[in-house]
Design a protein around this ligand. Structure first.
Ligand code: ADP
Ligand code: ZN
Ligand code: MG
Length: 492
């Protein structure tokens, strides 16, 4: 299918069709050691140094299942509202590839660890629920490093450090109907996995990988169309671009009288297109059979409950609590629970203050503005949560004015010192000493006879101007309440 005909599609033609999308997401579990041996999982070691007979696939070496893998996968299942099965089995998925020394992957087939879950997420203002078919555990392969041509020979190296790294595969139901749906689903998936700390989900390191299954059908058609699987979607942006391209490609195929064929396609970020890679393999191509070297995985009710009890609060629940307990707006609660670190920073700051809404404003305004400008995340904040909370408390208790707080904050960023310390050192105390303020008030009254006359003539709103003049003359340090009172008294 050429892109030329895809380009001829009118919006009206595209609107006749409905895309259907299901995602297969691989998440690398953050265990210290590999899934079937004690080798470390660390990134960046010299090639082929984190290996042993088991993950090298040497004959006679026997795998032992890592308990943490089962626990983390169960946590993922619970977080995705799945049923975590008391009995599941590992299965051999046979295929040949140079970076798969065993000649098979150990995965799960007909009896996965967890199934029948869902993800709930807001897409363009609408709450949607996408089914999660299953969560299963498996081992990762090594890496082939293609080094191009040298002396007219083609070189590929194999690094088996990654061989045996634990993964979970999360398969969704074909419930998504747009690239926006898929984007929102993957975003929620990443957020949840990071919250429960089963993975860093660092896409650049391949800790979160996504393949998309896509088909299109005429709106209202009873059956799904034939799907293509798009691989190599290693960023959120590429996922959306690749899906939109693939949807249009399939519509163009059908509009020109052709048929979509079931195949695996590769997204090329440079051309923005998907290209055919191979015809789709079927389950029977893999000759799945139960893994004879490992006993089935049994999770007792007790163990499952222990795992559940050890889990942190999930983002959706935290968000709800933030609106109920702190009185935050939905939008603010959303922002402040975007990551676990940010939500914990916020709550720590709230503890040191007395006004959760004001803290939210400071975190989302001044602090996040600063962090974004410097490309930092909340864990790198130069201002500690406790100090930010203290600053807000000083405002709420009228110890300082908002204007002084705005002067103290940049100094907190610079020095990392507590706001009270900066206030003392810089002499930024609020003047609530009536005598000192009275002097300024008298000056302002003397210097603005026109406004004073207006006020006395009944235009009382002009007091705002006069308060402003006093604040200015005091460099923002006069207590606004005292200024107001004094002005009213003196103006009669
Ligand atoms: P296969 O056996 O071909 O891999 P699966 O039933 O395992 O197919 O589904 C793989 C993924 O494809 C799942 O995420 C599922 O939601 C999705 N899927 C299944 N059928 C369709 C379809 N017609 N269009 C889009 N996605 C689909
Ligand atoms: Zn090993
Ligand atoms: Mg499949």
């Amino acid at each position: 299918m050429s892109t030329a005909s895809a380009a001829l599609l009118t919006p009206e033609t595209i609107a006749k069709y409905e895309p259907v999308i299901g995602l297969e997401v691989h998440v690398q579990l953050a265990t210290r050691t590999k899934i079937f041996c004690g080798c470390p999982t660390g990134f960046g070691a010299p090639p082929n140094t984190n290996v042993c007979p088991v993950c090298l696939g040497l004959p006679g070496a026997l795998p032992v299942l890592n308990r943490s893998v089962v626990e983390m996968a169960a946590q993922a299942g619970i977080a995705l509202n799945c049923r975590v099965n008391g009995f599941s089995r590992l299965a051999r998925k046979n295929y040949f590839y140079p970076d798969l020394p065993k000649g098979y992957q150990i995965s799960q087939f007909d009896q996965p660890l967890a199934e029948h879950g869902y993800v709930e997420v807001e897409v363009n203002g609408e709450m949607k629920r996408f089914g999660v078919t299953r969560v299963h555990i498996e081992d990762d392969a090594g890496k082939s490093i293609h080094d191009g041509f040298k002396d007219s020979e083609r070189y590929t190296y194999v690094d088996l450090n990654r061989s045996g790294t634990p993964l979970i595969e999360i398969v969704s139901e074909p419930d998504m109907r747009s690239s926006d749906d898929a984007y929102a689903y993957l975003t929620a998936m990443k957020q949840v996995m990071q919250f429960i700390e089963v993975s860093t989900c660092d896409m650049e390191k391949g800790h979160l990988r996504c393949d998309a299954n896509v088909s299109v059908r005429l709106k209202g058609a009873p059956k799904f169309g034939t799907k293509a699987e798009v691989k190599n979607l290693n960023s959120f942006r590429f996922l959306k671009l690749a899906l939109d391209h693939e949807i249009e490609r399939q519509i163009a195929v059908i509009e020109s009288g052709g048929r979509v064929i079931q195949e695996t396609r590769l997204y090329n970020p440079d051309s923005g297109e998907t290209v055919s890679m191979r015809s789709k393999e079927e389950a029977h191509d893999y000759r799945y059979f139960p893994e004879p070297d490992l006993v089935p995985v049994r999770i007792s009710d007790e163990w499952r409950e222990k795992i559940r009890a050890s889990m942190p609060e999930l983002p959706a629940i935290k968000k709800k609590r933030f609106t109920e307990v702190y009185g935050l707006k939905e939008y603010d609660a959303n922002v402040l629970t975007a990551s676990r670190d940010l939500s914990e920073y916020y709550e720590e700051a709230v503890k040191a203050s007395t006004d959760p809404k004001a803290v939210a404003n400071w975190v989302m305004g001044d602090l996040m503005g600063l962090l974004n400008a410097e490309g930092k995340d909340i864990t790198q904040s130069p201002v500690s949560a406790k100090h930010l909370g203290e600053l807000v408390k000083m405002i709420t208790s009228n110890e300082i004015s908002g204007a002084i707080a705005k002067k103290i904050f940049p100094k907190m960023v610079e020095t990392g010192d507590a706001p009270a310390v900066i206030k003392e050192r810089e002499g930024l105390s609020q003047i609530s000493d009536t005598g000192a303020i009275e002097k300024i008030v008298d000056e302002v009254i003397a210097g603005n006879p026109k406004q004073v006359e207006q006020y006395r003539g009944g235009k009382t709103t002009v007091i705002g101007f006069l308060v402003g003049q006093v604040m200015k003359a005091s460099k923002g340090q006069a207590a606004p309440g005292v200024v107001n009172e004094l002005l009213k008294k003196k103006l009669g």
